[in-house]
Unconditional design. Structure first.
Length: 124
C-alpha cells in the first residue's frame, strides 16, 4: 500500500504526488526550481535553481515528518554538465556527513526550461 504526501508549498506540474510512502521508504518526486509563491521558474544561475530545488524538496520532507538526515539517495538531473561543480557546491551545504548516495545525470531538457531537477528517497 502507498500513502501520498502533499506539501502545500511545493508546486506539482503534473498529475503526481509530491511523495509516496511505502513501508519505511518515502519516494520524493522530482522537483524543479519553481518558486511556490509565484508558480514560476526562478531566474538566475544554477546555484539559485539548485537552492530552490532543495527548498521544494525539503518542504516535502517536512510535510512527511522527515528531515535531511533521513535522505538516503538523491538523483540530480542537469541540462548542462558544465553546471556540475556549482551544483555540487550547493549540494554539499544541504547535508551533513555521511552524505546520501547520489547519481547525477545529464539530460537534454527539463520541464519549463529548468536547468536542474532533483528527486530523493528517504527512510523512516
Amino acid at each position: 500500500m502507498r500513502n501520498a504526501i502533499q506539501a502545500g508549498s511545493a508546486v506539482a506540474v503534473g498529475p503526481y504526488s509530491h511523495a509516496v510512502e511505502s513501508g519505511d521508504t518515502v519516494y520524493l518526486s522530482g522537483q524543479t526550481p519553481i518558486d511556490p509563491a509565484t508558480g514560476k521558474l526562478v531566474q538566475g544561475d544554477i546555484a539559485c535553481q539548485a537552492e530552490q530545488c532543495f527548498a521544494n524538496l525539503f518542504a516535502v520532507l517536512a510535510a512527511g515528518g522527515l528531515s535531511t538526515d533521513q535522505v538516503v539517495k538523491v538523483n540530480v538531473f542537469l541540462v548542462d554538465m558544465d553546471d556540475f561543480a556549482a551544483m555540487n557546491a550547493v549540494y554539499e551545504r544541504q547535508f551533513s556527513k555521511p552524505y546520501p548516495a547520489r547519481t547525477t545525470i545529464g539530460v537534454a531538457s527539463l520541464p519549463l526550461g529548468a536547468r536542474i531537477e532533483m528527486e530523493m528517497i528517504a527512510r523512516r
